[in-house]
Design a protein. Structure first.
Length: 133
């Protein structure tokens, strides 16, 4: 595991994993997903918000590999209720996309303000959203 580190280190590792997921979406090279998964499984999440984001990102990989299960969705819902910094509406949108709840995802997406929309559209989860819709 990558051990204790700074907020900056966590963000860099998380962003690297997201870049690898995005690269997979472009190339379909499974090794990229494997590397992203390895990073996410070994990064130390020091609070519930980081655990939630890490799990969302791992769930994106599982969904791309057709390995997503109900337990992961259940854990995400549990962690969503304890979020401190992350907006629960955005968190719900992530979960809707991961779980395949098309109508809910569409409604929540349309309610996003411009800055949240811009942010959401930059992440690999936007690819899953487009596939869902």
């Amino acid at each position: 595991n990558f051990g204790r580190g700074s907020e900056e280190k966590w963000e860099k590792l998380n962003n690297l994993a997201l870049e690898l997921i995005a690269s997979y979406d472009e190339t379909q090279e499974k090794d990229l997903l494997e590397l992203a998964e390895y990073i996410l499984q070994n990064v130390l999440n020091e609070d519930n918000d980081k655990e939630f984001m890490n799990l969302i990102n791992q769930a994106q990989i599982m969904k791309r590999k057709n390995e997503l299960n109900e337990d992961v969705i259940s854990l995400l819902l549990e962690k969503k209720e304890m979020l401190k910094e992350i907006d629960k509406e955005i968190a719900s949108l992530y979960i809707n996309v991961i779980s395949g709840s098309k109508q809910e995802a569409m409604i929540r997406y349309k309610k996003l303000d411009n800055s949240s929309l811009e942010l959401f559209n930059r992440y690999p989860i936007f690819t899953l959203y487009n596939e869902l819709i």
